[in-house]
Design a protein around this ligand. Sequence first.
Ligand code: 5GP
Length: 113
Amino acid sequence: MDTIFDKIISKTIPAKIVLETPRLLAFHDINPQAPVHILVIPKKKAVSMDELREWDDATVGQFFKGIAEVARSVGLNENGYRVVLNTNLHGCQSVNYVHAHILGGHQLSGSFA
Ligand code: 5GP
């Protein structure tokens, strides 16, 4: 079933795109939780982080390198940032298309839960 992120990839619905490559799409979160809040999704679909187990190592690596490239492209690398992959029910994943949140632009708090 198509999720909102499938529709953003197919450009059926708009998003504020930060970076697009043949392998990934990065766009601003519609409800930002930090001064910079970007979502990074691979164009190869996986439902969740859990499904990345089924990917070959190179494709997983490309996704994670892509996240770092996106963060660097908006200048977050120097001061730092947080990457979050909410997964399934207890992780509060609300969109069933794997996505990494990049959060930054100010001092984040030290708490995780
Ligand atoms: P999750 O809770 O699944 O980890 O994160 C889903 C994220 O997608 C949320 O932070 C939410 O604000 C964001 N989101 C949901 N719908 C849209 C949308 O239509 N456009 C954009 N840009 N972000 C969305």
